[in-house]
Design a protein around this ligand. Structure first.
Ligand code: SF4
Ligand code: SF4
Ligand code: FES
Length: 329
């Protein structure tokens, strides 16, 4: 990588108080190899246009204020080397806010939905505390390690505003709120775990509406992997008897049924098991496409029923399921 590169920054501009429509302004900068995206935002403001607005505070990846998007990629400006992005995207970088529909001014967005959802999961230890304790509340290293990476969340919102489920479902709590729900539910000092599991098990706001796209894992600058925490919340809901029968939990059960029976995913059984035979009509068009593509097999002249061939060594898979299954479906 050369020491400097001429880079064009195509920058989103909008002032919700005065502008009818957003527009983009271009700035050309000679960018050094050690400069961060935050340095470039500062240079736009200090050298070109004092009205350019963005949030920043710590410059050390701690406060979570400087989240933006660069060429659509969720970016923490004070952690991201600028020329690394030039290597990835070329000499023109598109600088945009985390969510254009929430813009107050330029890069500054209204994060109210993020904070409201965060507050909803009670992101703190809920416990009756003795006001005059005689000794500290100890935790083992294993207990502490359970929530360690989730504890590193800086509430930057990168995962939340990268999440497609947040965009289409305004009730969906989102990956950052789930990460917080997980972090405090596994804390041995906390007493509100059941409440959080009940909240996050609801259809709509809860983890079952996650589409498992892994965008949140990609977006997180602290490598927290929110989707992994979401999966753990799924398991905890089953383990602690909070999961209720609905299309989502039956879908999870249906997955396991197929694996136990054939060692393979039985798509047709999952649909009929989770949505009922009437519900299958909704998916008739997809089923016909699958038939055409040879993904649904015929058995004794009948499609769908017992149609999946068993894998070799099915007993090995069944043993593995028995050993590894931590919850009762
Ligand atoms: S994996 Fe789930 S929570 Fe993460 S971004 Fe995708 S839909 Fe959102
Ligand atoms: S989980 Fe990661 S991306 Fe999401 S808010 Fe926390 S630090 Fe930011
Ligand atoms: S300025 Fe604090 S995280 Fe970037």
């Amino acid at each position: 990588m050369s020491d400097t590169r001429k880079v064009t920054l195509k920058t989103f501009r909008f002032n919700a108080e005065t502008d009818y429509l957003p527009y983009y302004k271009h700035y050309e900068l000679e960018v050094g190899k050690d400069e961060l995206m935050l340095d470039l935002l500062n240079r736009i403001k200090w050298e070109h246009d004092g009205s350019f607005s963005y949030r920043r505070s710590c410059r050390h990846g701690i406060c979570g204020a400087c989240g933006i998007k660069v060429n659509g990629k969720a970016t923490l400006a004070c952690k991201q080397n600028a020329l690394e992005l030039v290597e990835l995207f070329g000499d023109e970088l598109l600088i945009e806010p985390q969510s254009k529909k929430r813009v107050v001014k330029d890069m500054i967005i209204d994060k109210k939905d993020f904070w409201d959802k965060h507050a909803e999961v009670k992101p703190y230890v809920v416990a009756e505390i003795d006001p005059h304790p005689e000794h500290e509340t100890k935790q083992s290293i294993e207990e502490f390690n359970k929530f360690l990476d989730a504890d590193l969340c800086i509430q930057c919102g990168s995962c939340h505003y990268a999440c497609p489920a947040v965009e289409v479902n305004e009730d969906f709590l989102g990956p950052a709120a789930f990460t917080a729900a997980y972090r405090f539910t596994v804390d041995t000092r906390d007493e509100a775990g059941k409440e959080r599991l009940e909240l996050t098990s609801q259809m709509g706001p809860g983890v079952w509406d996650c589409v498992k796209c892994y965008e949140c894992a990609e977006a997180c600058p602290k490598e927290i992997n929110p989707i992994e925490k979401i999966t753990k919340l799924h398991n905890m809901q089953f383990e602690q008897g909070v999961a209720v029968p609905n299309v989502a939990t039956r879908h999870a059960e249906g997955f396991l049924r197929g694996m136990k029976k054939y060692g393979l995913l039985d798509e047709a059984d999952i649909v009929s098991y989770s949505e009922g035979y009437l519900g299958m009509y909704k998916h008739l068009k997809t089923a016909l496409k699958m038939l055409k593509a040879g993904k649904i097999h015929w058995h004794s002249g009948v499609p769908f029923i017992n149609s999946v061939p068993k894998i070799k060594h099915l007993d090995e898979v069944q043993k593995l399921i028995k050993i590894s299954q931590t919850n009762k479906l």
